[in-house]
Write a protein that binds this ligand. Structure first.
Ligand code: SF4
Length: 362
């Protein structure tokens, strides 16, 4: 799917291209107080290190908008300002140099306010994301459709979109989020039929790290497998760095992006000859900072172990003779149990260093 194009238009957020045949981009959002510039930038640095490609920052008031200039200047990632209702905050954010706006034109007080924003955004070539959430659908649409149905979400988005389109503004991205997975899926499918703007996928208010990841993987997985979706945010009630890791995990599972360590581990059973669960969890945690794509297998015994280990960049298998390790598909000897984790960590880092440069073609 990667590289074949999803048939959407292309927009640019700073140096990151979204849409068309460009890789599905991974986004997150800071949860610091935007006015606290140092803390916000520290979080952006952590997000960038985890592979985040675009960061959104809430701009709830004038002080936050005033802080944006420094945030944008200090951020290595394109910054999207998240605005609700107040067009002055949007104008201040644009003046601060943000690379994108998230704003629903229909929620602004006047057409004149919208025109001012469109003019400023066009001058700076800043795209606008129209983001409709099931929780904020207008009452008339709820009444018309009997609730925040996919049809209601899409109609709401089209109302906002027409306001931009009527002014000839087309640097647009759309999101249609609901906390209900299948309703979100249906909404994006419908939108894809009526407009070719790049789509920002997400399941809103998905939940805690565990629940949210399951819902997001289910919903985003369906859409991405159908070729729908140009950028994603996995919303989690957790450290935003987890959102980025989860995003790559979903894209990696679908074969759309390759970044970081992909762990393969057996569930273990009575045949296990090495502590798979402890070893695999430890390796996953200690190697979370690696950006180069690397597959790493931890297998309990010789039943399925050698096959999985051979197909991985790095693997270890419990056998009657001891722990057999594999590097790039070849047997690399036996390693004593007490030295296994250290050996695996060192070898993984060596392989990652070799892989830098080949990293993440998409
Ligand atoms: Fe059990 Fe071996 Fe399969 Fe692991 S690889 S689940 S230890 S049979």
């Amino acid at each position: 799917m990667q590289g074949s194009g999803r048939g959407t238009r292309v927009i640019g957020l700073g140096g990151v291209k979204i849409g068309g045949a460009h890789p599905v981009a991974v986004q997150s959002m800071t949860n610091t107080d935007t006015r606290q510039v140092k803390r916000t930038l520290a979080q952006i640095r952590r997000l960038a290190k985890a592979g985040c490609e675009v960061v959104r920052v809430a701009v709830p008031d004038a002080d936050s908008a005033a802080a944006l200039k420094e945030v944008v200047a200090g951020s290595s990632l394109p910054v999207v300002a998240d605005i609700h209702f107040d067009h002055k905050l949007a104008l201040a954010s644009l003046a601060a140099g943000v690379h994108g706006l998230r704003l629903n034109p229909g929620n602004l007080r006047s057409r004149r306010a919208l025109k001012e924003i469109i003019r400023a955004a066009s001058e700076r070539q800043v795209p606008i994301r129209v983001g409709v959430n099931a929780g904020s659908i207008a009452r008339d649409l709820r009444n018309k459709y009997g609730g925040a149905t996919p049809e209601a979400l899409v109609e709401s988005a089209l109302e906002h979109l027409r306001l931009l389109e009527d002014s000839g503004f087309e640097a647009i991205k759309v999101s249609l989020k609901s906390s209900d997975v299948m309703s979100t899926v249906a909404s994006y499918r419908l939108m894809r039929q009526v407009r070719d703007y790049p789509l920002h996928l997400g399941i809103t208010e998905a939940g805690t790290a565990f629940q949210g990841l399951i819902k997001s993987a289910a919903g985003l997985g369906i859409l991405l497998a159908e070729g729908i979706g140009d950028t994603i945010r996995v919303s989690l009630a957790a450290d935003p760095v987890e959102e980025v890791r989860a995003g790559y995990g979903i894209l990696r599972a679908l074969g759309l992006r390759r970044r970081g360590v992909e762990g393969i581990a057996c569930p273990t059973c009575a045949r296990a000859r090495l502590p798979v669960i402890r070893t695999a969890s430890l390796l996953e945690r200690k190697l979370a900072d690696i950006a180069a794509p690397l597959t790493l297998a931890v297998m309990g015994c010789a039943v399925n172990g050698p096959g999985e280990a051979r197909h991985s960049d790095l693997g270890c298998v419990g056998t009657v003779k001891g722990i057999q390790v594999y590097v790039k598909g070849r047997r690399a000897g036996l390693v004593p149990a007490e030295g296994l984790v250290t050996w695996m960590l060192e070898t993984a880092r060596d392989l990652a260093a070799e892989a830098v440069g080949e990293e993440d073609g998409g």
